[in-house]
Design a binder for this molecule. Structure first.
Ligand code: GSH
Length: 217
């Protein structure tokens, strides 16, 4: 199995799950700055030109939530409740909420402070973040209320929904996201941070890099 990744939030979800479940995979870092995501060989795997991408035999998959569900099914992990339709609905609710609302609200903060620093593309620009703050606070209130008396977002245990929602929010202090007034979110994120695979998901062996032409498994 191969996972193509870059040091960013969507691949982070997949790399953390791989590590957490102890799945052996070849993790291939794509050299984004050198055009690796735009290389024809990579676009043949993932026409979006984004990471992560999974290649497992004939299976080629993109979208971190789908990849993580695939990994759980393969590993028999109930972090994706493959055998419980009611729990699937619960997890899907939060995956959808993330993609349609939460990720869009936290994204600008994460971009200005984390993406720019990681890829050395300039200093953070706070212009626009003040205008984005009310919507983020509105959504944070929804999540904070839901997390009252709960340790995880769905099914009363760690699921792929936690990794999905936390991928950018976990950098809230660095990104100046206004979460100090949402104690349940802070407690949830701090709890996740105590999971070693989540706190440090990045592969140590970065010998395998993809600049232009990956071999297809
Ligand atoms: N919804 C996708 C998001 C994929 C995505 O946007 N990946 C970003 C990193 S977080 C990327 O590859 N960006 C590089 C680029 O757009 O050039 C997922 O969850 O996998």
């Amino acid at each position: 199995m191969k996972i193509y990744w870059i040091r960013a939030q969507a691949p982070r979800r997949v790399l953390a799950l791989l590590k957490y479940l102890g799945i052996d995979a070849d993790c291939i870092e794509v050299e984004a700055k050198q055009g690796g995501l735009r290389a024809p060989e990579y676009l043949a795997l993932n026409p979006n030109g984004k990471a992560p991408t999974l290649v497992d035999g004939d299976v080629v998959l993109w979208e971190s939530s789908a990849i993580n569900a695939y990994l759980c099914i393969k590993q028999g992990s109930d972090m994706w409740p493959a055998h419980n339709p009611a729990e699937q609905v619960e997890v899907i609710r939060w995956l959808s909420w993330n993609d349609n609302h939460w990720a869009r609200a936290v994204g600008p903060f994460y971009f200005e402070f984390v993406v720019k620093a990681t890829f050395q593309i300039g200093p953070p620009d706070r212009t626009g973040l003040a205008a984005a703050t009310p919507e983020l606070k509105k959504l944070a209130a929804v999540l904070d209320g839901h997390l009252e008396g709960r340790d995880f977002v769905a099914c009363g245990r760690l699921t792929i929904a936690d990794f999905q929602l936390a991928a950018m929010a976990c950098d809230w202090r660095q990104s100046e996201m206004p979460f100090a007034e949402f104690p349940n979110i802070v407690r949830w994120l701090d709890r996740l941070h105590r999971i070693p695979a989540w706190a440090d998901p990045w592969p140590v062996n970065t010998k395998q890099k993809h600049v232009a032409a990956p071999s297809v498994a």
